[in-house]
Design a protein around this ligand. Structure first.
Ligand SMILES: *Cc1c(COP(=O)(O)O)cnc(C)c1O
Length: 378
């Protein structure tokens, strides 16, 4: 079955008890037992809840993995995955990564002895070198946030596998509609379902998918022990969001391409970072590993004043953190999403006051462009 069909009918998509076409919201913390030691399949909602399970089976199927796990946020999913490792283990990460992932690694997991190495994961030699240094895993985002660097998932997974390490991919920007890292060799996929999967800026949620039985057992143990689970109501919202993911992603991408092409013709816009543009350095790799380029782009203005003018001048586009909602969202990574990065790293990467990130929504592209034009002052 095609991906659009699976978005709607994948996993446990209807209620076997009543025939309800939507999985009910099982708003319960605990479950009655038939007799001592004999259950109806569930015991306690931290361990398992039917609505959450419907979402978990759906994301596992969409990502082509063995098991899915739903968490209370993307950060809860990522943190739970980091808990698979032991004190002293070395984890490789991209040097431009989601700010929250950097923050939790540097300020929480380092205290428990995890050792993080930040490299340019687009350079396979750097990945090889990191694994020669006995890394246990590599955690990648592709494209990266906010510079839209593209990493070759197949090659990274090969290097990691050869060294006996795990490949973990944060697939938030692409979603399984456009990119399925497990099919390319990854072991674990994580998501901030807050973004495209939910799609309507109304839920905070996280997901993880494992490719093997062993990882499934270990991550389930952590999910149940640590308990950062997604509630039944929010699980329902994510399931509902996923049903329209295909049509939304198609429009996000169509609009992003139009906005990217328009932006690069504008005076004062020095650079547009969008992998859908044929001259983007990651364009070819992305064509080989994804079914599209998504709806996020960044751009660099010639002066910080122009960036400020745009950020404060937009009316239709919302100034705010987050991305992947139906509405266009704009932000300045240096002061917002990536403020927890040390200034020297930000400076080296070019995450400065001239860099603007735009999550292109599904409004009419002409209106988005008009809003940017007006904000830029003509
Ligand atoms: C938002 C985001 C996260 C964190 O997810 P939350 O749901 O906000 O906890 C992680 N990775 C990426 C790429 C994100 O965009």
């Amino acid at each position: 079955m095609g991906i659009n069909t699976r978005l709607i009918h994948g996993g446990i998509s209807w209620d076997k008890q009543t025939g309800a076409v939507n999985i009910p919201i099982y708003q319960t913390s605990t479950f009655k037992q038939k007799s001592l030691g004999e259950t109806y399949g569930y015991e306690y909602s931290r361990t398992g809840n039917p609505t959450r399970e419907a979402l978990e089976s759906l994301i596992a199927e969409l990502e082509g993995g063995l098991a899915g796990f739903a968490f209370s946020s993307g950060m809860a999913a990522i943190s739970s995955v980091f808990m698979l490792f032991n004190s002293g283990d070395k984890i490789v990460l991209p040097d431009n990564i989601y700010g929250g992932t950097y923050r939790v690694m540097e300020n929480v997991f380092k205290r428990f002895g995890l050792r993080a190495v930040y490299i340019d994961t687009t350079k396979i030699e750097e990945v090889e070198k990191a694994f020669e240094g006995k890394a246990r895993a590599i955690f990648i985002e592709t494209p990266t946030n906010p510079l839209m660097d593209v990493t070759d998932i197949r090659r990274v997974a090969e290097v990691a596998k050869r060294a006996g390490g795990l490949t973990i991919v944060d697939n938030t920007f692409m979603t399984p509609y456009l990119q399925r890292p497990i099919e390319l060799g990854a072991d674990i996929v994580v998501h901030s379902a807050t973004k495209y999967l939910g799609g309507h800026s109304d839920v905070v949620a996280g997901l993880a998918v494992t490719a093997t039985e062993e990882l499934k057992e270990r991550l389930h143990f952590i999910q149940n022990s640590v308990g950062a689970v997604l509630g039944p109501q929010d699980s329902y919202y994510i399931i509902r969001g996923v049903k329209t993911l295909g049509v939304r992603m198609d429009r996000h991408e169509e609009n992003a391409m139009k906005v990217a092409k328009w932006l690069r013709t504008q005076e004062g816009i020095e650079k547009v970072y969008y992998p859908g543009l044929p001259d983007h350095p990651g364009h070819k790799i992305m064509k080989g590993q994804a079914d599209g380029f998504g709806g996020i782009l960044s751009f660099r203005t010639s002066t910080p004043q122009l960036a400020l003018k745009i950020l404060n001048g937009v009316r239709l586009i919302t100034l705010g953190e987050s991305l992947g909602g139906v509405e266009s969202l704009i932000c300045q990574p240096a002061t917002m999403t990536h403020a927890s990065f040390p200034e020297d790293i930000r400076g080296r990467l070019g995450i400065d006051d001239c860099l603007v990130r735009l999550s292109v929504g599904i409004e009419d592209a002409d209106d988005i462009i008009e809003d940017l034009r007006t904000a830029m002052g003509g």
